[in-house]
Design a protein. Structure first.
Length: 235
């Protein structure tokens, strides 16, 4: 092999190494972009899963974001990748990434607003009322169930950090608490009855004037009048 041919061969190898380095650098850039888009896509999937739970379990009406800009910029980026030798796909990628992240952010804000509304609408069960109700025979177990489920719901707050499965479980617990609480409607238990049992808890017991006709009727209808004892206290 002549000196000229050897030099030509060496130059060809050097050019090959340069092309390989350039290709590697371009591939590295594409991998970095793919990693960024994958993270945004996962964030979108997580948010959409929570949005689906909210729609199904709360009948929430969530506003759909405008995806037209993201759709258009995605098409431009795809075309740039097909013709990467003639144009720089980096600028098209940047436009697509910004528009895509805006869609992800808009959906996230919508879901966050719905979650904040749910947190504000947590079951409000007054503990004072529960303490009164549990004095009534037959209601103690029910009150314990309400307290247990209520505490589980309130402890599970911080909805933003929940995934779709955790959010679904939370909403089911919340509905369970509402159902139990509805059974303890204040209208079902007259104030005179609550006053009577509240006084009965204290020593030496409820004064006889607390046993009004309304209280006697309420007890009789529930077969609880037989449990009332009248004690004469000598002074």
């Amino acid at each position: 092999m002549t000196l000229a041919s050897r030099a030509q061969d060496l130059r060809g190898r050097i050019d090959g190494v340069i092309r390989l380095g350039k290709a590697h650098k371009e591939a590295e850039s594409i991998r970095a972009r793919a990693t960024e888009l994958k993270a945004s896509r996962q964030q979108l999937e997580t948010t959409l899963a929570k949005a689906s739970v909210l729609t199904k379990q709360t009948n929430a009406s969530l506003k759909a974001p405008d995806v037209s800009a993201a759709s258009t910029s995605l098409g431009d980026y795809r075309n740039a990748l097909r013709d990467a030798g003639a144009t720089d796909p980096g600028k098209d990628y940047a436009r697509f990434r910004r528009s895509f992240q805006k869609v992800v952010g808009d959906i996230g804000k919508t879901v966050e607003s719905a979650l904040e509304a749910i947190e504000k609408d947590a079951p409000n069960i007054d503990e004072t009322f529960l303490k009164q109700v549990e004095l009534i025979p037959g209601y103690a177990v029910q009150v314990q169930e309400i307290r247990r489920d209520r505490d589980a719901v309130l402890t599970g707050r911080g909805l933003s950090g929940m995934n779709a499965t955790q959010l679904s479980i939370f909403l089911k617990k919340r509905e369970s608490v509402r159902t139990l609480a509805d059974r303890l409607d204040v209208k079902e238990i007259p104030k005179d009855v609550l006053d009577f049992f509240s006084a009965a808890r204290r020593q030496p017991g409820a004064p006889v004037e607390k046993l009004t006709d309304a209280v006697r009727k309420w007890l009789e209808e529930r077969d609880q009048l037989k449990n009332v004892r009248i004690v004469v206290v000598s002074r």
